[in-house]
Write a protein that binds this ligand. Structure first.
Ligand code: NAP
Length: 246
């Protein structure tokens, strides 16, 4: 087990990709805070983590609220003693073409996806700097590099995460902290399952591997980026997309 003795925080861990990441890190030996705005989802994830013999602390927390985030990190330190790994996974979409996009939908997506990622990184950094070790993985998106009609807010937030990742990677590299991003392609989760069948068929035709991704594809890459196997990798965006964008 490559993460024995490590403590991780996974945001948006109540379902989808976040839940898979949490479980795979637990399989590798990590104890964990799982946070989400949905208390039921994180309780279920926590049960799964405990059944693997690991400590799990589910915390209801909204990444867009600084007080929530600081409270989550403080509880992680007081109840699990430290924080070694942060996975910024919480994310939302509010899709529409720009002519119809409401300002509140622009603001909300930027606030959760981009400011939320900043809030969490800022809150853990002082602890990671003190221990001169840490691994941060930010979940971006293929759409942050390709763009996508109807997702101006979402793609801007994910492109912002990529810039944020690279800047903080440069700041924290001398302190022994790795900061990387994963840009998933189209992954079968609640976020994408509701896309109309016609759009799903069109997307599938653009994926050379001929299938949508699954949460495990992202979780496996995350596992690598938080292990010692990736100690010399920082400031990178790893594309996990079946060849859809190269
Ligand atoms: P999902 O199934 O919608 O899960 C997202 C989770 O984040 C949910 O549990 C949600 O809680 C939680 N969340 C939402 N707002 C939050 C907030 N303010 N604070 C804390 N947690 C919050 O999505 P997913 O497909 O697993 O996506 C996970 C990440 O991967 C996201 O960042 C997404 O943008 C990214 N991604 C996904 C795909 C894809 O194809 N699925 C592709 C590229 C990137 P609720 O359950 O209460 O809503």
């Amino acid at each position: 087990m490559k993460l024995e003795g490590r403590v991780a925080i996974v945001t948006g861990g109540g379902r989808g990709i976040g839940r898979h990441i949490a479980l795979i890190l637990a399989e590798e030996g990590a104890d964990m805070v799982i946070s989400d705005i949905d208390p039921e989802g994180i309780s279920e994830t926590a049960e799964g983590i405990r059944s693997l013999g690991r400590r799990a602390l589910p915390i209801k927390s909204d990444v867009s609220l600084v007080d929530d985030v600081n409270n989550m990190v403080d509880r992680c330190i007081s109840e699990l003693e430290k924080v070694d790994i942060l996975i910024n996974n919480a994310g939302i979409t509010r899709d529409s073409l720009i002519v119809r996009m409401k300002e509140e939908d622009w603001d909300m997506v930027l606030r959760v996806n981009l400011t939320g990622t900043f809030n969490c990184m800022k809150a853990v950094t002082k602890y990671m700097m003190k221990q001169r070790r840490g691994k941060i993985v930010n979940i971006a998106s293929i759409v942050g590099v390709m763009g996508n009609a109807g997702q101006a807010n979402y793609s801007a937030s994910k492109a912002g995460i990529i810039g944020l990742t690279k800047s903080i990677a440069k700041e924290l590299a001398p302190r022994g902290i790795n900061v990387n991003a994963i840009a998933p392609g189209f992954i079968d989760t609640d976020m994408t399952i509701s896309l109309p069948e016609k759009i799903r068929e069109g997307l599938l035709r653009q994926i050379p591997m001929g299938r949508f991704g699954v949460s495990k594809d992202i979780a496996n890459c995350t596992k690598f980026l938080v292990s010692e196997d990736s100690d010399y990798i920082t400031g990178q965006v790893i594309h996990v997309n079946g060849g859809m964008w190269m």
